[in-house]
Write a protein that binds this ligand. Structure first.
Ligand code: OGA
Ligand code: MN
Length: 227
């Protein structure tokens, strides 16, 4: 008699040690910062796209869903371009982030359902004041449903004096517990509700991708909009 065991359709891929580290970090402390994390070919393709992107493709970033331009300029000065999968680089990025999503769902049972992300360009002097990516409390009131935030950087030979750190805070604490240098290939992943953070002004152009994994919030036949 033979015993058939269904081991599922798990495919090993080259990202496994990285994904495992991210999952372990999230489980242990709720955040993960990994230098040189993104697969090199992926960083290169995205970086190439950023170098060739014209400034018109970036639009001033909004805050929340109602955009008041003056308030907005006070809070953040970056320009963004949503990633929709229009180029090969964008498709590679979406595939990679989807593999991470499936991995984290298997490991941590997060139930991550969808993903949205954009390029950010912080021109010299631009910042993003301390904020959270999702609010605690009733998820039906928080229309973003963001659970997990991810940030990747595309800034070769970034020097400490260039500034532009991502400062991460524990709730209610004034001093950051971590300041991340936005160096090429560095990846930051954290629970969206748990960690207020800010982008400090840099004195050169600063490029990143910011993305969010969301849970599904469709209720009563109303389709939850992607953003
Ligand atoms: C954001 C954000 C961080 C960064 O876009 O919400 O916090 O380092 N970005 O670009
Ligand atoms: Mn943020």
């Amino acid at each position: 008699m033979s015993l058939a065991i269904d081991v599922g359709t798990y495919d090993f891929d080259g990202d496994d040690p990285l994904f495992t580290q991210i999952a372990d970090n999230l489980r242990d402390k709720g955040w993960s910062v990994i230098p040189n994390a993104l697969p090199e070919h992926l960083s290169e393709q995205l970086h190439q796209q950023l170098l060739s992107a014209s400034a018109q493709e970036f639009v001033p970033a909004g805050v929340g869903r109602a955009v008041d331009y003056t308030l907005n300029r006070f809070v953040r000065r970056d320009a963004i371009a949503w990633i929709e999968g229009d180029t090969n680089a964008e498709q590679q990025w979406l595939q990679w982030s989807n593999r991470l999503r499936l991995f984290l769902n298997r490991r941590l049972f997060l139930g991550l359902f969808s993903f949205e992300s954009h390029f950010s360009h912080y021109p010299s002097g631009a910042f993003y004041k301390k904020h959270v990516d999702a609010f605690k409390g009733n998820p039906l009131k928080d229309s973003t449903n963001r659970v997990l935030s991810i940030v990747a950087y595309f800034n070769p030979s970034w020097q400490p004096e260039d500034g532009g750190e991502l400062a991460m805070f524990h709730e209610e604490e004034v001093d950051p517990f971590l300041c991340v240098t936005p160096a090429y290939g560095t990846l930051v992943v954290f629970l969206s509700e748990e960690f207020p953070h800010e982008v400090r002004a840099a004195n050169r152009d600063r490029f990143s991708i910011a993305g969010w994994y969301r849970v599904n919030n469709s209720i009563n036949q109303q389709i939850d909009p992607p953003r």
